[in-house]
Design a protein around this ligand. Structure first.
Ligand SMILES: NC(=O)c1ccc[n+]([C@@H]2O[C@H](COP(=O)([O-])OP(=O)(O)OC[C@H]3O[C@@H](n4cnc5c(N)ncnc54)[C@H](OP(=O)(O)O)[C@@H]3O)[C@@H](O)[C@H]2O)c1
Length: 270
């Protein structure tokens, strides 16, 4: 399978790096296409993939065309490429907010997959959610799974509405977690821990907590109770978080991100 990336910025690079890193793809099966020549030189040097600034040659030689450009430039890129994808070629978009219908109409092509990946894909721990038009074949869906599994986990949704919801959780989620980690590190420094130690304590605590949540089979409340002795330090800290409205503010953040994802989709459709 040959894959072209239209746009090889941070997310395109994360995908290329994961696909090569897992050994699922050979460098000569991947083509990076970008208008930024410096970017192409970097990607070509680092990953030994084929590089071009000519979108036509990237297209002509690929079964899967990944659209990894910013939402603001999607309309222009689709206008340039309208009618140029042939039957059997798959358009795979990771552009936030861009609906299947928008891409089908924009490209004049009906075999389209929409993916919402996230940045932990860079280390093979990504969470990608995706959906497809009815014209996408089972073989093409299998190919999409191979690409996405190189980056971590993937979930297919037959209904597109779940993509905007997942955008607010797994797409934006790493940023929420990083903010919480920063807050914990700053608080650790505030009570007197050296910053370097604080970073290590917090990072390993988050990694370990995620693993036990994933592997123990226990409910999160059960895991929390295991750390919370009666009248102890954790109970004191948790009480403070509840009084500060942590659950409510997280719910508000997710709802705000979801509303924004729907709004972006609406804007792109125009
Ligand atoms: N970052 C995330 O966490 C994340 C998560 C999920 C989905 N996404 C989606 O992934 C997409 C890519 O994001 P990104 O952060 O990788 O963007 P990015 O770093 O800006 O990369 C896009 C690249 O495409 C180039 N480009 C612009 N117009 C082009 C054209 N006509 N032909 C070929 N290349 C062109 C850009 O060059 P210039 O810089 O010169 O314009 C840039 O090098 C976005 O749509 C975003 O919504 C991102």
């Amino acid at each position: 399978m040959r894959i072209a990336f239209i746009g090889s910025g941070s997310m395109g690079e994360a995908m290329i790096s994961a696909m090569l890193g897992q050994g699922a793809f050979a460098p000569d099966t991947i083509c990076a296409c970008d208008i930024d020549q410096t970017r192409l030189t970097t990607i070509g040097g680092k990953y030994k993939v084929r590089c071009t600034s000519d979108v036509g040659s990237a297209l002509s030689d690929s079964e899967v065309v990944v659209f990894s450009i910013k939402p603001q430039v999607l309309a222009k890129v689709m206008k340039d490429l309208k009618g140029k994808l042939s039957e059997g070629q798959l358009a795979l978009s990771i552009v936030a907010g861009a609906k299947l219908d928008t891409i089908v109409k924009g490209l004049g092509h009906d075999q389209v997959v929409r993916v919402m990946p996230n940045t932990p894909a860079q280390v093979g721990e990504g969470m990608s959610v995706w959906t497809a038009t009815s014209a996408v074949s089972q073989e093409q869906k299998d190919a999409v799974q191979t690409i996405l599994r190189a980056m971590g986990k993937e979930i297919y949704f037959p209904e597109e509405k779940y993509i905007d919801m997942a955008t607010a959780i797994s797409g934006s989620g790493p940023a929420y977690i990083f903010l919480i980690m920063e807050a914990l590190i700053d608080a650790a420094v505030h009570i007197g821990l050296p910053r370097e130690t604080a970073v290590e304590l917090v990072t390993q605590t988050v990694l370990g907590s995620a693993r036990i949540a994933d592997e123990s089979g226990k409910h999160l409340a059960q895991l929390r109770n295991m750390v919370t002795s009666p009248g102890g330090t954790t109970a004191e800290g948790l009480q403070c978080l509840e009084e500060g409205g942590m659950r409510a503010i997280i719910a508000q953040a997710v709802i705000a991100a979801y509303e924004k994802a729907k709004l972006l989709g609406g804007d792109n459709a125009k």
